[in-house]
Design a protein around this ligand. Structure first.
Ligand code: RB5
Length: 155
C-alpha cells in the first residue's frame, strides 16, 4: 500500500505524525510537501496530491489543512479523484466502503491525533464494497467525463 501526503501550513504539524504512523504500519508514504511551516496555499498541495494519486493507479492520498475543507475541494477538482473529508472512523470507513475514495482529507484544527489514527486505521483496512455502489461511483466519474473529458479520448 502506498500513500502520497500533502498539507498546507495549517496541516503541517500532523504531516510528520501521520508519516510516522503510516511507516510504523509498514505503509510506504511519499511526502509532497511543504518542507516547512511557512504559509502556503492549500490548492497547490491538494492538487499535487491528487495528481500524484491519479498518475499512480492503486495508490492513495492524505491531505490536511486547517479544516480539511479547502484542500479536499482542490483535490476533488482533479478528474477521477474522490477525496473524502472525514471527521471520525465511521466517515473514513464509509469513504472507502461506499465511495471508493482514494484520498482521505481532514482538518488539523478539527480532529485530535487519536481520531486521526482511528481514521487512518479505518481507511486502510476497508475495501470498496462494490455492488450498488459501483453504479453510483461510476456516476461521479460520469460528471468528470461530461465536464472535463476525463476517461474519454480527451483525457
Ligand atoms: C488556513 O488558514 C486555512 O484557511 C486552511 O488551512 C484551510 O482550513 C482552508 O480550507
Amino acid at each position: 500500500m502506498k500513500f502520497y501526503i500533502a498539507t498546507d501550513h495549517a496541516g503541517y504539524r500532523y504531516k510528520a505524525q501521520v508519516k510516522e504512523y503510516l511507516s510504523e504500519k509498514g505503509i510506504t508514504v511519499v511526502d509532497l510537501g511543504p518542507d516547512n511551516a511557512d504559509r502556503v496555499d492549500y490548492p497547490d498541495y491538494g492538487r499535487k496530491c491528487a495528481e500524484a494519486v491519479i498518475a499512480d493507479p492503486g495508490s492513495f492520498g492524505i491531505v490536511i489543512c486547517g479544516t480539511g475543507i479547502g484542500i479536499s475541494m482542490a483535490a476533488n477538482k482533479v478528474p477521477g479523484i474522490r477525496a473524502a473529508l472525514c471527521h471520525d472512523a465511521y466517515t473514513a470507513t464509509m469513504a472507502r466502503a461506499h465511495n471508493d475514495a482514494q484520498i482521505l482529507a481532514f482538518g488539523e484544527r478539527v480532529v485530535g491525533f487519536g481520531v486521526v489514527q482511528s481514521m487512518i486505521d479505518a481507511f486502510v483496512s476497508t475495501e470498496f464494497e462494490g455492488g450498488r455502489h459501483t453504479r453510483r461511483v461510476a456516476k461521479i466519474d460520469e460528471i468528470d467525463r461530461d465536464y472535463c473529458g476525463y476517461g474519454t479520448e480527451l483525457g
